[in-house]
Ligand binder design. Sequence first.
Ligand code: PGA
Length: 217
Amino acid sequence: MKKKLIVANWKMNPPTLKQAEAIIRRYRDVSNLVVCPPSIFLGKIKLNNAKLGAQNCSWVDSGSLTGEISPKMIKSFGCKYVILGHFERRSIFGEDSKTINLKLKAALKNNLNVILCVGEDKLDDSYLIKQIKDSIKDVGRDLSKVIIAYEPFWAIGSGKACSPIIAENRRVVIKGVVNSKVLYGGSVNQDNYLDYSNFDGLLVGGLSLKPEFNSII
Ligand code: PGA
């Protein structure tokens, strides 16, 4: 996917800094790549051409929020991107589109690019459209720093990627709501990534930790 945006979402991996540094040494350091390590590693990951991203941030720049990390903090560590609204944040940590909307506005205020994840359990246009609209509420017309990542829930980490026909249908639905870049995410691997060439790029989890990742960037 040369020239397309490839986002590496490491999630809560790997368990040690030493292993994180080994993964980074392996990466092709190209400008269309965004690397999103766990936030505790952000200050240790050195990139030349690739960009740094965080996997989450708070909705305020500082305050009494034990355990949270603010958009200003990740910015000060060199982040240009932040992933917001990932399915795991929504389903495991109970984040709803209202919270994600607050986070998104705080990230944009800090001039960060937002990778806004949206998805669905079963195909449901109105559910998908509402998720997007609620998440970008009050942002205004300038969505140049908002990138949508379509990740059907069943495809995340399951090895069961979305069929290219359904993915294309969902891309068109999303484009009908926002004129933003749209990425595909969910069980992307070195054998299926070209199925999503209509998208503006990919959000990659598991594969981004493996040596084979280089073959798709
Ligand atoms: P996966 O994860 O590539 O391991 O399915 C994608 C994601 O959750 O962003």
